[in-house]
Design a protein around this ligand. Structure first.
Ligand code: AMP
Length: 458
């Protein structure tokens, strides 16, 4: 039932799927692709990691006529990060189609080069509503040949206040188009946008239980926030996850909890919607390269994070919505490992735990926290540290240069070097804690591309 070859899909796309190692359709793909390929409008409720990008990506690539060098598809995403991720996946899926041009248009980046690229033309635009809207107003983006519109993570775009911008973009598109809407949750607002921009949509929901995933859930009764923080401390020390997310219900709470964890010695970073893109990128780099142990995040800010090997997830409070709870804990226990999901709840929140038990059929046992008398048990540090170099793509610094500079004579061993991220003006390299000093000295005294750059530990 889930074989891609059952679909009426272009043969070059099919052949490439095999070479990508996509052997079978994921549930969301199996449920949505037949409708998408039939030209129907589709609303699909699916989370990140479900294979949703390929579900719409194959649809839009199948429909595309490469010979007609016009913008034929528009994919709108809430953030630059997600847009980049989507564009990457589309390029992978499109490998077998030659001369296909996919362009990303996101805010936080200079508009000039984007205008230049648009003048050269493109088949597919992936972008954020704000920047796409800017281009439309400037007259630099013509959308009158768009045959397919995709709204990815539509719920999050609405959360971020993009409603009016979305309406105005959709107003520029031909009425006779296909529209696909992907959303993790299905609040009232989505129903209303679907009503306005879609035509007789097929609604698809796939089971959001985490089949194949192994997650141990534990529930801890607490009386107040101090007890939640103490619980966090004890559980972190006991389980020593390298990467954990603490979910909070508000922005202010993420700051408070991250501060509290830092003050007792953990490397914890807050992540919420008020962070500027640069600050957000830095938080994500540090968390993904394992130089920060704990990310303290709101649901909205954590959505679309491309980090899926979390050792543990904590719910500081019970989520407001059961779907959100299921989502949160689904970020751990992937790829064959057992994940841990810890939830703190007060007497006032007990009804939510009961509803969760009823809904998911799991039996909820109240757990007790590790003994608090282990005071001498200390916190622990992440395995890596991040070094920042004041030079990036603009200075033609590449990951290979950094690796070379670090591991040359008197350098650190190659296996002490972790992820390397290069942005326009900076580079970030993770090195093991033991080698941090030596690595910093090596970077500060050596040269990259024949130039000296300043480097520091962050
Ligand atoms: P997404 O939910 O779109 O972010 O996709 C999650 C990951 O699953 C991506 O890394 C995809 O490359 C991968 N993926 C998507 N569809 C398949 C499939 N049918 N088989 C194997 N991997 C897939």
């Amino acid at each position: 039932m889930s074989d891609f070859s059952q679909l009426r899909l272009r043969s070059d796309l099919l052949g490439n799927l095999a070479s990508l190692g996509y052997e079978a359709m994921t549930p969301i793909q199996a449920a949505s692709l037949p409708h998408v390929l039939n030209g129907r409008d589709v609303i699909a409720q699916a989370r990140t990691g479900s294979g949703k990008t390929a579900a719409f990506g194959l649809g839009l690539l199948d429909k595309l006529d490469v010979e007609r060098f016009r913008i034929q598809s528009l994919v709108l995403c809430p953030t630059r990060e997600l847009a980049d991720q989507v564009a990457r996946e589309l390029r992978k899926l499109a490998r077998a189609i030659h001369n296909i041009k996919i362009l990303t248009l996101c805010g936080g980046q200079p508009i000039g080069p984007q205008i230049g690229s648009l003048e050269h033309g493109a088949h597919i635009i992936v972008g954020t509503p704000g920047r796409v809207g800017d281009h439309i107003r400037k007259g630099t983006l013509q959308l009158d040949h768009v045959a397919m519109l995709v709204l990815d993570e539509a719920d999050r775009m609405l959360d971020m206040g993009f409603q009016d911008e979305l309406d105005s973009i959709v107003g520029q598109l031909p009425a006779s188009r296909q529209t696909l809407l992907f959303s993790a949750t299905y609040p009232e607002q989505i129903a209303s946008i679907a009503e306005r921009v879609m035509h007789d949509p097929e609604r698809i929901e796939v089971e959001t239980s985490h089949s194949g995933q192994s997650i141990q859930q534990r529930f801890y009764p607490v009386n107040n926030d101090d007890e939640r923080i103490e619980g966090l401390r004890l559980l972190l020390i006991k389980h020593r996850p390298d990467s954990a997310i603490v979910f909070c219900n508000t922005k202010v709470e993420t700051e408070t909890v991250a501060d509290a964890l830092r003050s007792i010695g953990f490397t914890a970073l807050p992540l919420h919607g008020d962070l500027e893109q640069k600050a957000r990128d830095l938080v994500l780099v540090r968390f993904a390269n394992k130089s920060a142990t704990v990310l303290v995040a709101t649901d909205v800010a954590a959505r679309g994070l491309d980090i899926d090997d979390l050792d543990a997830v904590f719910n500081f409070h019970v989520a407001r919505d059961l779907d959100v709870h299921v989502h949160r804990i689904g970020r751990t226990g992937r790829a064959g490992s057992t994940g841990l999901a810890f939830t703190f709840f007060s007497e006032k929140e007990r009804y939510k735990i009961d509803a969760l038990a009823e809904r998911t059929g799991i039996k909820i046992k109240e757990a007790s926290l590790p003994a608090a008398n282990q005071r001498n048990q200390t916190t622990y540090k992440p395995p890596m540290v991040t070094l920042q170099i004041d030079g990036g793509k603009k200075q033609k610094v590449r990951p290979g240069d950094i690796l070379g500079a670090l591991t040359g004579e008197d350098g650190v061993p190659g296996k002490a070097v972790g992820k390397i991220n290069v942005t326009d003006t900076n580079a970030f390299v993770a090195v093991t804690r033991d080698h941090a000093k030596q690595a910093l000295a090596k970077l500060s005294s050596g040269k990259l591309k024949g130039r000296s750059f300043r480097a520091r530990r962050i």
